[in-house]
Design a protein. Structure first.
Length: 137
């Protein structure tokens, strides 16, 4: 699991105390990587802090060839897209319209990244699971 500092701080404060919840063991036992130049340490079990020249250090997928999931942070997603480090973008679209608190995934000043739909799935709840891959030029 790859996170930015804000989500890491939220989850590191919650999950160690809630290991008895259905997803608790998964969250606590999985390998986690937190991207941050401001977090001094990452104490949650199985967590590695990646800082400094993050792009050159981000070779975690090469380790076992498995997928690296990322959740939450639009800031981290924007950075991964800008650096060309995102292989696939999965978006969950929920059937609800909110009037406040909606953040843009990409800021207007960010470069355009062309995406191609790889897969689309509709859950019984009406939630769409959309998988995109960046179009290579």
């Amino acid at each position: 699991m790859l996170t930015g500092r804000v989500l890491y701080n939220e989850w590191a404060a919650y999950w160690p105390e809630h290991a008895d919840e259905p997803f608790g063991d998964v969250m606590n036992s999985m390998q986690k990587y937190v991207l941050s130049n401001s977090l001094p340490t990452a104490k949650w079990q199985n967590t590695e802090l990646i800082s400094g020249d993050v792009a050159s250090k981000l070779t975690i997928k090469a380790g076992d060839g498995g997928d690296v999931a990322m959740s939450g942070s639009p800031t981290t997603v924007r950075w991964l897209l800008r650096e060309g480090l995102l292989d696939e973008l999965n978006l969950l679209v929920h059937p609800i319209v909110v009037g406040d608190g909606l953040a843009r995934l990409l800021a207007p000043e960010e470069p355009t990244v062309r995406l191609e739909l790889k897969n689309a799935q509709t859950f019984n709840s009406g939630v769409l699971n959309l998988s995109y891959v960046p179009v290579k030029d």
